[in-house]
Ligand binder design. Structure first.
Ligand code: LUZ
Ligand code: MOS
Length: 750
């Protein structure tokens, strides 16, 4: 977020989709959805609803002119249910009315008769019934079955991790506006404008060039708008296509919570084997992913779980299998980390359980297994410029770990009903979309007559500060102030065929495209100066908006140069495209080099547990983070702090609960608890481990969006360690989230 954004956000002046003033004649949409989790639709009665005052039209599946299909990876999801429904919240009808109230009132009057069918509401149950989204996937290296006999210690266990609600401040929504000749402009709160454009084109049976998707900014997304913003945008466009009127569709918070998918819950079985020296020799794991009722992004999420199954550790023999299980819940989707956190949580649980059995600290196992340069990740990528050991050792010394350990020991021997716990969490996260083709971006840069600049990239600003980072890049190349640069909205007419802003790579990909565009323009301008002023272009430099020759001989100011270049008919615009070099992955053998690079880091979490109440406080999270050369320290700090808190929330407080009939129970903010000012860590220390060896990031920066979320995993194990200090017989197959209720039940378990 740039400083202008901060001020405008605080003043409430920033424009989100619902803030666009509705054009005259706008219709408001309300979505009627299934209230059973699986069944056949026997009849739909609209009569009473249609009679509601102000209702213009109710749209059903049969009104769709093109294909009734929105599935991105697999075509298994209809826009509007036709004959059957597969989860509670599946859209069936869209009411269009003159006011929001009228649309909502009419919705109450729609009557649908169902014939209910059997449902599955958890992953392992679905797997037993063979309800899979795709065939099981296995990544393998070495030979686990041979390795067990060399292991001194073998430990098996089960690990559960729960879902997580994105809870972006701005709910899902879109405004569709008709133009002449069947053209439609969609203003959407989406991370993926091109997905919206493509799906709308299929659903409306019109070519993509007739649909313009525009994204100003999002009030948060966290992956929840990577794929799942599309349905609402396309429903609005469908309403516009049919009525020829503008349609605004904004989900009220309750609908948003009930209708949309979340982070995937996982249930996993592991087996880990260690040598006498605590080297992990073999690791076998099976992940059961709860995909919900349709594929959505689940196969890609599943794959990232496999990529991150070994976290920051080198393990010579690994067999990891993952099943994407089809349940009757809203389709689960991208969420910061994209399956990576679920994979890392299991290996950390395996290490924690093993340490408990061996009566040692988990960090003794963690430390000697950290991956280092010239090792290979088990999917075949060679390790280069690893910061795993460096960040670990820096954290240990910088934060005086042995002193922290002694504090805990002393506190625990002096207090009977209060216990402290400590844990270290190393992270290692691969940067790039795992589908190589998505790693591309573009930028359109205009220099206007007065020297001001307008820039538009494929990146979507969602509060993560990508636009400010790109401004810094352009300003550095052109040597002009960021105040001269304005960011345009993300728009499919300016940048086409865009990848979603996701996978932590928005600033890398779009920043590199902007870097290319600015360099091209700078070169053009320098050539122009060289010709006009008859000076050697090698001796021309740009500095603070002016151009100099031989270091200090002033030639011309930026403004004068631009004016002059215009009159001499120099092209002052540039469009550039960037694609990440050297990445590939072969899915026939599941080996390759899928990631441009990895982001590493180490955190130390400390907690204090009240063993009478089961409540806890997080005393601190201390981090050494592999930041490369950061483009903007406070933006990166915001990402790291937010990631830590969101990771802690996922594993401690946040409990997504469905009933046996597939109904979301935690569907309000009084029943779904996210971290607040009282439950966040008392202290977050961040030490940037700077380096300048990342040639894939603009100006040697590194991606920062997702990796810090996984520091939160350390806090979970700090809690486990505090519980262990109280109850030596603690059952280690406990699952996340570790809510105070769950802590209390387990603390006093014999
Ligand atoms: N989306 C995607 C992602 O399509 N592929 C990825 O690898 C990914 N990773 C993180 C977040 N979104
Ligand atoms: Mo994301 S989970 O990078 O949208």
């Amino acid at each position: 977020m740039n400083s202008n954004d901060v001020i405008n956000h605080v003043r409430g002046e920033s424009i989100f989709v619902d803030d666009y003033r509705a054009p005259e004649g706008t219709l408001y949409a309300s979505v009627f959805s299934s209230n059973i989790a699986h069944g056949k639709i026997k009849s739909i009665k609209l009569n009473d609803a249609l009679k509601t005052e102000g209702v213009e039209r109710i749209i059903l599946a049969k009104d769709i002119p093109g294909v009734n299909q929105i599935g991105g990876i697999i075509e298994d999801e209809s826009l509007l249910a036709e004959d059957s429904v597969h989860f509670i919240g599946e859209p069936i009808a869209v009411i269009l009315a003159e006011s929001k109230i009228a649309a909502r009132l009419a919705r109450e009057k729609i009557i649908v008769e169902f014939e209910e069918l059997e449902i599955a509401v958890n992953a392992k149950e679905a797997a037993e019934k063979d309800l899979l989204i795709i065939p099981p996937k296995t990544f393998e290296n070495g030979n686990v079955s041979d390795a067990w006999k060399n292991c001194k210690t073998i430990v098996e266990g089960i690990v559960e991790s729960g879902g997580q609600e994105h809870l972006y401040l701005e709910t899902q929504g879109a405004l569709a506006i008709p133009h002449e000749r069947e053209q439609i402009k969609i203003i959407s709160s989406t991370q993926g404008p091109t997905s919206v454009q493509k799906v709308a084109s299929n659903v409306l049976a019109i070519p993509m060039h007739k649909i313009e998707v525009d994204v100003g900014r999002l009030g948060g997304a966290f992956g929840g708008k990577e794929d799942q913003a599309t349905v609402w945008a396309v429903l609005a466009a469908l309403g516009t296509f049919i009525t020829k009127k503008p349609v605004k569709l904004i989900l009220p918070r309750g609908d948003d919570l009930n209708f949309t998918g979340k982070r995937h819950p996982y249930s996993s079985n592991f087996k880990i084997g260690l040598s006498k020296e605590l080297k992990i020799l073999a690791y076998e794991v099976t992940f059961y992913q709860d995909a919900g009722a349709c594929a959505d992004l689940s196969p890609a999420v599943l794959e990232r779980t496999l990529f991150h199954a070994t976290n920051s550790y080198f393990i010579p023999n690994v067999k990891a299998t993952a099943l994407s299980c089809k349940t009757n819940l809203p389709p689960n989707t991208a969420f910061r980390g994209f399956g990576g956190p679920q994979g890392k949580f299991v290996i950390e649980a395996a290490i924690s359980k093993t340490a408990n059995i061996l009566n040692i600290n988990a960090n003794e196992i963690q430390k000697i297994n950290l991956i280092k340069d010239d090792d290979y990740f088990y999917y075949g990528q060679k390790v280069k410029k690893s910061k795993s050991i460096l960040s670990w050792e820096t954290a240990i010394s910088q934060y005086q770990f042995s002193k922290l350990e002694n504090n805990v020991k002393n506190y625990n021997s002096e207090n009977r009903m209060k216990k402290k716990g400590l844990a270290i969490m190393p992270i290692c996260f691969g940067i790039s979309f795992t589908n190589s083709f998505l790693n591309q971006a573009s930028c359109l840069l205009h220099i206007y007559l007065d020297g001001s600049i307008g820039i538009s990239t494929a990146a979507v600003e969602m509060g993560q500060g990508v636009n400010e980072k790109i401004k810094i890049i352009v300003s550095k190349i052109l040597s002009i102030g960021t105040d001269k640069i304005k960011f345009e909205s993300t728009n499919t007419s300016r940048n086409s065929n865009t990848s979603p802003t996701a996978a932590s790579s928005g600033a890398d990909l779009n920043g590199n495209a902007a870097l290319k565009a600015s360099k091209t323009l700078l070169k053009r301008l320098i050539n122009f100066i060289s010709k006009e002023f008859d000076v050697n272009k090698k001796n021309i430099i740009a500095r603070n908006g002016d151009f100099y020759h031989n270091k200090n001989e002033f030639i011309i100011s930026w403004e004068e140069l631009i004016k002059m270049a215009y009159f001499k008919r120099v092209n002052l615009s540039c469009h550039a495209h960037y694609s990440t070099p050297k990445i590939h992955f072969d899915r026939t053998i599941n080996k390759g080099r899928p990631f441009a690079y990895h982001v590493y880091g180490t955190s130390i979490s400390g907690v204090t547990l009240d063993c009478i109440r089961g409540t806890y406080e997080i005393d601190f999270v201390k981090v050494v983070h592999d930041s490369g050369k950061t483009l903007h320290q406070s933006i990166d700090r915001g990402q790291i702090e937010g990631g830590i808190v969101q990771g802690i929330g996922w594993l401690t407080l946040e409990e997504v609960k469905y009933s046996d009939t597939g109904r979301l129970l935690s569907n309000t903010l009084s029943t779904y608890k996210i971290p607040d000012i009282y439950s966040i860590p008392k202290k977050i220390d961040i030490n940037y481990l700077e380096s300048s060896d990342n040639r894939f990031g603009p100006f040697k920066s590194k991606a920062v969006g997702e990796p810090p979320l996984m520091y939160g995993i350390g806090t979970y194990f700090a809690l486990i360690n505090a519980m262990k200090a109280f109850n030596k017989k603690l059952n280690f197959d406990v699952s996340a989230p570790l809510t105070p209720e769950k802590v209390l039940m387990n603390l006093h378990n014999k």
